[in-house]
Ligand binder design. Structure first.
Ligand SMILES: [Zn+2]
Length: 290
């Protein structure tokens, strides 16, 4: 077997896009993936293939049989192993890549260390609390954050990407801003693996653009993206922060956080520079699943 250790040779196909400088930036970058379900695993694999040098990830769950519809490389022998271990195994042996994984939850101590060391955080855990924890760490440490979720597949084959950048702090909604008071968030109803993988690839490409600076300007003006396969279309918009957001707004008490057990999303439309499209009212927002 040919020994592959030439970094540029591995990434030859994308050098005309990112250049050797951009490719070096990727190699020096560290991205943390919070949640290794269909979206998180796919995002991690895409970023590793593109040459991000250090991937860290946490997920407390093990692989279950129903994960196999969105884990293309998993086989029945992987059922029961930690999802973190699966990622380790899939990426083992890739030149120039360091992988560090953990079974910790976002709410546990240690998660903050991952976030503090990361150049970028990708949030795709399957509970609101976990997503709020990731948003809080990103904002406190001023780390770029992408939060990825899927619509209820019965309503639309679609996904949502919420981007928060430190340089957009003055106006940009954080992922927790979207948890408001009205629309009920659906859970765990209908996932096609291709939708999870497609949305993950879209988000991973955004991470690459922002890490290398390649055509990243749009992301300083837009922070919310709806990728809809069943229509199909992509919408991008600017959503401003919400007063009273439990992460970036005025109230930060734990009582407030508990009140969000029943997740609601009216905040999507409040205070937007551009009105988020009617699609949001049609499409159920789904947290997770793994
Ligand atoms: Zn917020």
């Amino acid at each position: 077997m040919k020994k592959v250790n030439d970094w540029n040779e591995i990434h030859a196909a994308q050098l005309p896009i990112f250049g050797t400088k951009g490719q070096r930036r990727l190699r020096r970058s560290r991205v943390h993936i919070a949640g290794l379900g269909g979206i998180g695993l796919s995002t991690a694999l895409n970023l590793a293939a593109a040459g991000v040098g250090t991937i860290t990830a946490n997920d407390p769950q093990t692989v279950s049989v129903d994960n196999l519809n969105r884990f293309p490389f998993a086989t029945p022998e992987h059922i029961g192993i930690p999802k973190a271990t699966l990622l380790d195994r899939l990426l083992r042996g890739r030149p120039g890549l360091k992988v560090i994984t953990s079974m910790q939850r976002n709410e546990e101590s240690g998660f903050d260390q991952f976030c503090q060391k990361a150049d970028f955080i990708v949030s795709c855990a399957n509970t609101v609390e976990s997503r709020v924890a990731a948003a809080r760490e990103a904002l406190q440490n001023r780390r770029p954050l992408i939060d990825i979720s899927l619509a209820d597949g019965r309503i639309a084959m679609a996904g949502f990407i919420k981007l928060w950048l430190p340089q957009n702090e003055g106006w940009s909604a954080c992922p927790a801003c979207y948890f408001g008071d009205n629309t009920r968030v659906l859970r765990g109803e209908g996932i096609v693996g291709t939708v999870a993988a497609g949305v993950a690839a879209f988000a991973a490409c955004m991470v690459l653009q922002l890490l290398t600076g390649h055509k990243a300007v749009v992301f300083y003006e837009r922070n919310f993206f709806i990728i809809e396969f069943s229509k199909p279309q992509v919408e991008s918009m600017a959503v401003v922060g919400r007063k009273g957001c439990i992460v970036c707004g005025d109230a930060h008490s734990s009582e407030k956080l508990n009140a969000y057990d029943e997740v609601r999303t009216q905040a999507l439309v409040e205070g937007a520079n551009e009105k988020p499209s009617a699609a949001l009212e049609r499409i159920g927002l789904l947290i997770g699943p793994h």
